[in-house]
Design a protein around this ligand. Structure first.
Ligand code: ASP
Ligand code: MG
Length: 462
């Protein structure tokens, strides 16, 4: 069987949903499970609705709900007719009725807990899959719409719930009967606790749903359908000449996702690695393009792609006592752990430790706790630029080329060596795009590929 997952932009209107149904219909023999995100920007709009409702702004919330209703009913009208249209229209009406009552409740109590937010966000995927299933049936496809909350089981960490893989694997195997000739349609992103309370897997979590389901069913492959031709050598919004990377390892893909390449959600790779399932990233708008294959093996050595992540803050703790002091680092890290703040990069000297964290978090409390171990300084407005590939530091010329390409940019932190697949640099946010461009020119322009090929390490270097 295969899993085919479509992102919000791939299902943004009737035309795109039509493409999605084409793609699914071409793959019926492979027993597809179709996982979908919410239509277009629906999740953002639902968040706005929750916020307005909690602020008591009934008019704005109602206005937005009507907008979403129009989006879905129009798509349903264009994609289904007759009995099929009556069915989907009735189902949409029920869902919007439920959403309105929930939102009315929020307006009355003027608050939105994480648990309630998840209940509201879930409507996005429930609505989109209702329309997609109707469109597939209208085409004569034997299609069943399932509810992912019946088989993706998570903890109660609302808005960023974590799956219970043992329970989920078992439920998916029992309740998701993939079969050749049939299409199963399920929601990405949404799940439920053991008690049946709705949760979500965190923003962008539909990719993760796809590999969770694919992992449980031992899929032949998981296809992530999006709006670009695969994983690119750099963000095409920054680099005109960005190229598709044909094949990449799980580790490289995970590293790229974590360090800012928005193609797949960072947790997506983990369930695929467990069962060694290849993950393809493909373009719904250009289905003939082969896309990127993420798998265990990729012969390619050297640089695969660049990623960057803005809005980074550096926190430096300087202790006069670090000299020979045992446990300084572990104390610093336990402070971050207590505050559930994840640290991306770390560099140390004899008396200081610098770490990077995402700047939009409220760092006040963690800084206060760090101050008991030394003087703390905070630098915001930074960006991480990452070069991801294989056997990177095995060629001496690699780092030389990186730093000569960046000679006009000031580099504040460098992290290389904990693995040979990622060199990360911290620069000022304003220099990040410039740095990506300089590096892309150096390593991926036509003249660069000749130089890069000759700089590859010998085959037995790994
Ligand atoms: N609809 C959710 C979001 O926008 C999940 C997803 O698209 O993957 O975050
Ligand atoms: Mg998405």
């Amino acid at each position: 069987m295969i899993v085919i997952k479509f992102g919000g932009s791939s299902v943004r209107d009737a035309h795109w949903i039509g493409q999605v149904v084409d793609i699914a219909s071409d793959r019926l023999a492979q027993a597809p499970v179709l996982v979908s995100s919410a239509m277009g920007k629906t999740t953002d709009r639902l968040l706005g609705i929750a916020a307005s409702a909690a602020a008591g702004d009934r008019a704005h919330a109602e206005n937005e709900i009507s907008g979403l209703e129009l989006l879905h009913t129009e798509a349903a009208e264009q994609l289904a007719s007759g009995r099929e249209h009556e069915r989907v229209a009735a189902r949409l009406e029920t869902l919007f009725g439920e959403l309105r009552s929930l939102v009315n409740g929020l307006v009355l109590i003027k608050e939105c807990t994480p648990r309630t937010q998840d209940a509201i966000l879930a409507f996005g995927e429930l609505l989109s899959t209702t329309v997609i299933a109707a469109a597939a049936r209208e085409r004569g496809i034997d299609c069943r719409l399932l509810d992912s909350r019946d088989f993706i089981r998570t903890d109660e960490n609302f808005t960023a719930a974590v799956p219970d893989f043992a329970a989920t694997d078992d439920l998916v195997r029992r309740l998701v009967p993939a079969e050749s000739g049939k299409l199963l349609v399920v929601q990405g992103f949404i799940a439920a606790t053991e008690k049946g309370v709705t949760t979500t897997l965190g923003r962008g979590g539909s990719d993760w749903s796809a590999t969770i389901i694919g992992g449980a069913l031992g899929a032949d492959e998981v296809q992530i359908w999006t709006d670009v031709d695969g994983i690119m050598t750099a963000d095409p919004r920054i680099i005109d000449g960005a190229m598709t990377v044909p094949a990449i390892s799980y580790e490289e893909a995970a590293e790229l996702a974590y360090f800012g390449a928005k193609v797949v959600h960072p947790s997506t790779i983990q369930p695929a690695i467990r069962r060694r399932i290849p993950v393809w990233v493909k373009n719904t708008g250009n289905p003939v393009s082969p896309g990127t294959r993420i798998s265990e093996l990729s012969d390619r050595k050297g640089l695969a792609a660049l990623a960057s992540k803005k809005g980074i803050t550096i926190i430096t703790v300087a202790s006069s006592r670090m000299l020979h002091a045992h446990g300084f680092m572990s104390r610093i890290f336990s402070v971050f752990a207590e505050h559930r703040i994840s640290v991306d990069l770390v560099t140390t000297s004899e008396v200081t430790i610098s770490t990077t964290v995402e700047g939009r978090l409220d760092l006040g409390p963690v800084i206060q706790d760090l101050e008991q171990y030394g003087s703390v300084s905070v630098e915001s407005g930074k960006a991480i630029v990452s070069l991801v590939g294989r056997s990177l530091w095995r060629t001496g010329s690699f780092t030389a080329r990186v730093f000569s390409a960046l000679s006009s940019i000031s580099v504040r932190m460098i992290s290389l060596g904990s693995s040979d697949i990622n060199l990360s640099l911290v620069v000022n946010e304003g220099d990040a795009d410039l740095a990506v461009r300089a590096l892309h020119d150096e390593f991926f322009s036509a003249s660069a590929s000749v130089a890069a090929a000759s700089a590859l390490p010998p085959k037995d270097a790994t």
